[in-house]
Ligand binder design. Structure first.
Ligand code: NAP
Length: 344
């Protein structure tokens, strides 16, 4: 099969598009013919060598968000057949012992991730545990399914399982045009929250409003904490959902009201953060919460909600797999809104 892989860290030039061996399923595995895969920031972070997940090895085939058609099944597989259209849960927690991808399920150790630490969707075929594929409804375009896994599961886990967001609360969501936040805005609205979105351009703010955010604000040109205070009539928001990290940590904290929760699941602008006022933190009872990996049992219910069709699928652009370098450049330049899709 053709795959896009790399053998060393570096710029787009390290990406190699070439033939590699087709994957063969273990007894509890399937092989998925990849119809579409979508980019995540981790793809470019690992390729550049800025950070690589525990268990990462070369050569690496990226691509965590995969949808396609099952083309082979292992001897012990009963739940899936050749020809089924499926979406893939990339987290290797909860994998059967006779899968070739077993033994990588330690959520707080070197958790295996398809396309993160083992071969992913930047290829014509991908090996997946049979327990980790979910049927794609006939009416759903396959590329829509490929926008779902990482963003929706990470955002849902952070907002609800970790952050405990409930109907009627206010949540501020940064980087509104990112994959995670286009999912987060819609999940929060769907749960009955009021959403304050921030983004790096006025155009992205407009798009956030069109996506359902109640208020939007340019986080590069204005006072983000002031925005949160103004919209909430001085009270501050109940929650901030952040994955930008360093750049917006202080304004996020000061935008929170009494007993506010700052839920973080990423560090796109940097890994260090300074608490600008411990006094504000303790007087207001602020909680700073890290969002740990989602659990295997969370995937099905979030996928079911997505399949009900209440969400807008936000695809910025599509590229042929051979043009993955161009797609990754676009991501690094933040020149996108939503998900960038690759077609093997
Ligand atoms: N914990 C998990 O399980 C998990 C899972 C998935 C992702 N993540 C992390 O979450 C983050 C987002 O992932 P993603 O795939 O959604 O990324 P993405 O689509 O590439 O979005 C990243 C966004 O961060 C914003 N940003 C970067 N530098 C900024 C700065 N200095 N100030 C303000 N905003 C800045 C940009 O927003 P603008 O467009 O507004 O400029 C950019 O579009 C990454 O750090 C990723 O590693 C974590």
């Amino acid at each position: 099969m053709k795959a896009m892989f790399y053998n060393q860290a570096g710029g787009p030039e390290v990406l190699t598009y070439a033939d590699v061996a087709d994957p063969e399923p273990g007894p509890s595995d399937v092989v998925v013919d990849v119809a579409a895969t979508s980019l995540n920031r981790l793809d470019v972070v690992q390729r550049n060598g800025w950070f690589q997940m525990p268990g990462f090895v070369y050569p690496h085939i990226a691509g965590m968000d995969i949808a396609g058609t099952v083309s082979a099944v292992g001897d012990a597989v009963g739940n899936v057949s050749v020809g089924d259209r499926v979406v893939v849960d990339p987290s290797l927690a909860g994998v059967a012992d006779d899968s070739k991808l077993a033994g990588r399920g330690d959520l707080f150790g070197d958790l295996g991730i398809i396309g993160g630490t083992v071969d992913g969707g930047y290829a014509e075929k991908c090996l997946v545990p049979a327990t980790h594929v979910y049927p794609v409804p006939d009416a759903m375009p396959i590329e829509h399914a490929a926008t779902f896994p990482t963003c929706y599961l990470t955002a849902a886990h952070a907002l609800f399982d970790v952050g405990g967001l409930t109907s009627g609360e206010t949540v501020m969501i940064h980087a509104a045009g990112s994959g995670l936040s286009t999912a987060g805005i819609q999940l929060a609205k769907n749960a009955g929250a009021t959403v304050l979105a921030t983004a790096g351009t006025d155009e992205k703010c407009e798009r956030a409003l069109a996506l359902g955010a109640d208020h939007a604000f340019n986080n590069r040109t204005g006072d983000v904490a002031g925005f949160a205070r103004e919209v909430t009539h001085g009270a501050g928001v109940n929650m901030v959902f952040d994955h930008v990290g360093t750049a917006l940590f202080g304004p996020s904290l000061f935008g929170l009201g009494i007993h506010g929760r700052l839920v973080n699941c990423g560090n796109s602008s940097g890994d260090d953060a300074t608490i600008p006022s411990l006094g504000y933190l303790f007087h207001s009872g602020i909680k700073i919460m890290g969002s740990d990996p989602y659990r295997p049992e969370e995937f099905g219910p979030v996928w079911e909600t997505f399949c009900q069709g209440d969400f807008e699928v936000v695809i910025d652009s599509e590229f042929a797999l051979a043009d993955a370098a161009e797609a990754q450049d676009k991501m690094l330049a933040s020149d996108f809104f939503g998900k960038i899709v690759l077609r093997p």
